[in-house]
Design a protein around this ligand. Structure first.
Ligand code: FUL
Length: 694
C-alpha cells in the first residue's frame, strides 16, 4: 500500500513538474534552423572585387577585357584575416558582378580569370578566398549577380541555363557556403556579347526563382539565401546599413512586391505579424562605393561611424554585412585596415564586461515549474531564457547591481525559436529614489541594443509593455561605453572657410592639411581658415595629461567655390531654386531641372586652374540622378574640348558622390557638365558639384 502511495505521489509530482515546466507555445512565423544559424553570424562582410576595381567604376558595362584584371599582390589571407580581426564571422565574395566577369575559371564562359594575366590565367579568386576564410576560421559565401551585362543570351531562356550551371559550379566546388547572395539590380543596357542594347526582364518571372533556389537547397542545404525578399533573409531597403528603429524579423509575403528586385517598400521595418520569418540584412560599404576607388582613400568610414552603424543594424535585430573592397593590389587598403582595427577596439571596449552577469535578478513573474527563471536572462547563454505563465504579457525584471555602477548600453535578445513576441518595452534606471526612463523600443528579435547616456545607477528595470504572447527573453545585458573624445566635425562654408567643431571645449583640436596624422605637435585650431585649392584636412581632439587622444576626422575638399559663377541651359523646376544650390556646400539643397532631357551646367571659376576631377553629388532620394554625362572645358568660354565621359552605376540604391577624372588635368577657366541621361529619364537633379586639382 505504502509503495503504491509513494508511486502515485511520485507520478503526480513528476507530471506536475513536466506540465509546469513546458515551454510556452511558439507565436507567429518561426525561423528555420538555417535562419537561426544565420542570426548567429550577426556581423560578416562583403568583398567587392572584379574588373571594376581596375576601371574605377561601380557597374561594369560587360565589355571589359579580362586582360585588365591583374591585381599586383592578391592576398586572400590578408583579406580574410582583416575581416576576422574586425570581428566578422564570414565573408561573401562577388564571384560575378553585373559585368559578368567570373572570378573563377567557369567551364561555361571565356569571360573569366582564365583570360586574365593574373597568375598566368590559372588563378581562381573564389578558391583562394574560400581557403583563406577556412584558414582564418570564418565562413564563406558567394554573390552571383543574376544581371549579366556580358552574356549574349541575357534576357533569353538560354541565359537561365547558363546562370544555373554557374551556380552549380560555385555550390559544388568550394566547400560549405553560409550564404548565396542574389542581387535584384537590373539597369537595362549592356554589352550582351556585342549587341550593346537595353534588355529589360521581368524580375519576378525571368529567373524562375523557385527553381533556382531549389538548386541551392539541394546542394548546400544550410546556405541562407539573400534577396530583396528572401527566401531566408531580406534586404533592409537601403545601402547605408541602417535598419528601422522598429525592425520586425517577419514580412508579409502576400504583398505584390515580394520578389527579388521588387523594391524596398516595407523592407526597412518589416511587417507584423507577417506571414514568414524573413529577417533583415544591413549591407553597407566601408567606403562610399562598393568597389575600390583610390579617390575614396580618405573617405573610409571612421571607427565611430562603424560603431554607430553596428548599433543601428546588429542592435536592431538585423545582421550587418560590411563591404571591404580590395584595392588594385588585391589587398584591403591600409586606411580601411586602420579603421577596422579602431572599430574592433571600440566594440571590445564597449562589450568587454557584461555588468548584469552574476547580478541579483528578480522578476514580477516566472513560469511555474522552474527552468525559465529570471536568472536565465543574465546567464550569458542565448539558448536559455526567462519566461512567464501564458497569461502574462507585461512582466518586469529588475537587475540589482549591488552598488552604484555606470551603465550606458542595454542589450536584449528574444528566444527566437518561439517567434518574435515582444512588441514594446521600456528600460528604467533607479535614480534619486525613483525609476527614470533610460530608453524604450518596440521590436527585439535576435538582438536589441539601446545606447544611452552614461548613467550612474544601482538597479535597472526592464518592463515589457506590450507582447503578443508571454515574452521569452534570452538575454538582458548591461554595458558601459568608455568615455571617448569624439572626432571633430570638419565643415566648409560657402565662402570657402574651413571650421573644426569639437564636442568639448576642454581640449585642443589639432589639425593638418598635408595629409599627415595630427599629433600633439600639429597646429592648434583657433579660427576658420581658407583652403582655396582644396586638400585633405585631418583633425582630432587631444587632451593634455591623462585626457587622451581622440579619433581622427578626415575630409577631402575640392577647390573653394566662393567666387564661381554658374549657368544652366534649362530652368529649374521650382523657379525658386537658383543654380547656386549646386555649389553651396550643402548637399541637402538640390537643384532639379524643369523638364527631362539633356542639359548643360557651366561653371566659371573666375580664373584658370588645372582641373583633375569633377565630383557630382546625386540627390539622396536618387530621383533624377545623372547616370551618363560628359565634361568639357574651355579657357575662353568659346572653344571647348571634351575631357571626360562617365557612366555612374547603382545610384538608385547608393546615391553617393561620384568622381570623374579629367584626362590630362587640363587648364580651364570654364568647366561644363553635359548631362546625357538620368535614372528613369526623370528631370536631372544635382545636389552638389565640385572640382579638384590632380
Ligand atoms: C547592389 C549592386 O547593384 C551593387 O553594385 C552592389 O553589389 C550592392 C551590394 O548591391 O544592388
Amino acid at each position: 500500500m505504502l509503495r503504491f502511495n509513494s508511486l502515485v505521489v511520485y507520478c503526480l509530482v513528476a507530471t506536475a513538474l513536466a506540465v509546469a515546466a513546458q515551454p510556452p507555445a511558439p507565436y507567429g512565423p518561426l525561423p528555420s534552423p538555417r535562419q537561426l544559424a544565420w542570426h548567429e553570424m550577426e556581423f560578416y562582410g562583403f568583398v567587392h572585387f572584379t574588373v571594376n576595381t581596375f576601371t574605377d567604376r561601380e557597374w561594369g558595362y560587360g565589355d571589359e577585357s579580362p586582360a585588365i584584371f591583374n591585381p599586383t599582390d592578391f592576398d586572400a589571407d590578408q583579406i580574410a584575416r582583416t575581416a576576422r580581426d574586425a570581428g566578422m564571422r564570414g565573408l561573401i565574395l562577388t564571384a560575378k558582378h553585373h559585368d559578368g566577369f567570373c572570378l573563377w575559371p567557369s567551364r561555361y564562359t571565356e569571360h573569366s580569370v582564365k583570360h586574365a594575366p593574373w597568375r598566368g590565367g590559372r588563378g581562381d579568386v573564389v578558391r583562394e578566398m574560400a581557403e583563406a576564410c577556412r584558414r582564418a576560421g570564418i565562413k564563406f559565401g558567394v554573390y552571383l549577380s543574376p544581371w549579366d551585362r556580358n552574356h549574349p543570351d541575357y534576357g533569353r531562356p538560354a541565359y537561365l541555363e547558363y546562370y544555373r550551371h554557374q551556380l552549380r559550379e560555385l555550390l559544388t566546388n568550394y566547400g560549405p557556403l553560409f550564404t548565396v547572395w542574389f542581387d535584384g539590380a537590373n539597369g537595362g543596357d549592356g554589352f550582351y556579347g556585342g549587341a550593346n542594347e537595353r534588355r529589360n526582364i521581368d524580375n519576378r518571372t525571368y529567373y524562375d526563382w523557385p527553381g533556382t533556389w531549389a538548386i541551392v537547397r539541394e546542394l548546400q542545404p544550410m546556405a541562407s539565401m539573400f534577396s530583396d525578399a528572401g527566401p531566408d533573409f531580406r534586404w533592409v531597403g537601403n545601402e547605408q546599413g541602417i535598419a528601422g528603429e522598429t525592425c520586425w524579423a517577419t514580412l508579409d509575403m502576400t504583398k505584390p512586391n515580394r520578389y527579388p528586385g521588387g523594391g524596398s517598400a516595407g523592407l526597412n521595418s518589416g511587417e507584423r505579424p507577417g506571414t514568414q520569418w524573413l529577417p533583415a540584412e544591413c549591407d553597407v560599404s566601408i567606403r562610399p562605393g562598393w568597389f575600390y576607388h583610390a579617390g575614396e582613400d580618405e573617405a573610409v568610414k571612421s571607427p565611430a561611424q562603424l560603431l554607430d552603424i553596428y548599433f543601428k543594424s546588429v542592435g536592431r535585430g538585423a545582421c550587418l554585412n560590411l563591404n571591404l573592397p580590395p584595392d588594385r593590389r588585391g589587398r584591403i587598403h591600409e586606411n580601411d585596415v586602420r579603421a577596422l582595427r579602431g572599430f574592433r577596439r571600440l566594440l571590445d571596449e564597449t562589450f568587454a564586461v557584461n555588468l548584469a552577469r552574476g547580478a541579483r535578478v528578480t522578476a514580477s513573474h516566472e513560469r511555474p515549474g522552474g527552468g525559465f527563471t529570471a536568472a536565465r536572462a543574465v546567464d550569458g547563454d542565448r539558448a536559455s531564457y526567462w519566461t512567464t505563465g501564458d497569461e502574462v504579457t507585461t512582466p518586469e525584471l529588475v537587475i540589482d547591481l549591488g552598488r552604484e555602477t555606470v551603465v550606458s548600453v542595454i542589450d536584449l535578445r528574444e528566444h527566437l525559436p518561439l517567434g518574435q513576441r515582444v512588441e514594446a518595452f521600456t528600460v528604467e534606471t533607479w535614480r534619486g529614489g525613483g525609476w527614470v526612463e533610460f530608453g524604450s523600443g518596440t521590436s527585439i528579435g535576435n538582438r536589441r541594443l539601446l545606447r544611452g547616456p552614461r548613467t550612474l545607477t544601482t538597479r535597472v528595470r526592464l518592463r515589457i509593455t506590450r507582447a503578443a504572447a508571454a515574452p521569452a527573453i534570452a538575454e538582458f545585458g548591461l554595458y558601459a561605453e568608455p568615455l571617448r573624445l569624439d572626432p571633430p566635425a570638419i565643415v566648409r562654408n560657402r565662402q570657402g572657410m574651413v571650421a573644426l567643431h569639437a564636442s568639448t571645449a576642454a581640449a585642443d583640436v589639432r589639425y593638418t592639411t598635408d595629409g599627415s596624422e595630427p599629433t600633439a605637435a600639429a597646429a592648434v585650431y583657433a579660427a576658420p581658415f581658407p583652403l582655396p585649392r582644396g586638400g585633405v584636412v585631418k583633425a582630432r581632439v587631444i587632451a593634455g595629461g591623462e585626457g587622451g587622444v581622440g579619433e581622427v576626422a578626415v575630409r577631402r575638399f575640392g577647390f573653394t567655390k566662393g567666387r564661381w559663377k554658374i549657368q544652366t541651359s534649362v530652368a529649374d523646376a521650382s523657379r525658386k531654386n537658383p543654380a547656386r544650390q549646386m555649389i553651396d556646400e550643402a548637399p541637402a539643397t538640390v537643384w532639379r531641372a524643369a523638364a527631362p532631357g539633356p542639359l548643360e551646367v557651366t561653371l566659371d571659376l573666375g580664373e584658370a586652374a588645372s582641373v583633375g576631377s569633377l565630383e557630382y553629388q546625386p540627390p539622396a532620394d536618387g530621383i533624377g540622378a545623372v547616370d551618363r554625362c560628359e565634361v568639357r572645358v574651355s579657357l575662353d568660354g568659346r572653344n571647348w574640348s571634351t575631357v571626360a565621359r562617365g557612366e555612374f552605376g547603382n545610384l538608385q540604391a547608393n546615391p553617393v558622390a561620384q568622381t570623374l577624372t579629367l584626362s590630362g588635368s587640363p587648364q580651364a577657366r570654364f568647366v561644363r557638365l553635359v548631362v546625357l541621361h538620368t535614372l528613369a529619364d526623370a528631370p536631372a537633379a544635382i545636389a552638389e558639384l565640385g572640382l579638384a586639382g590632380r
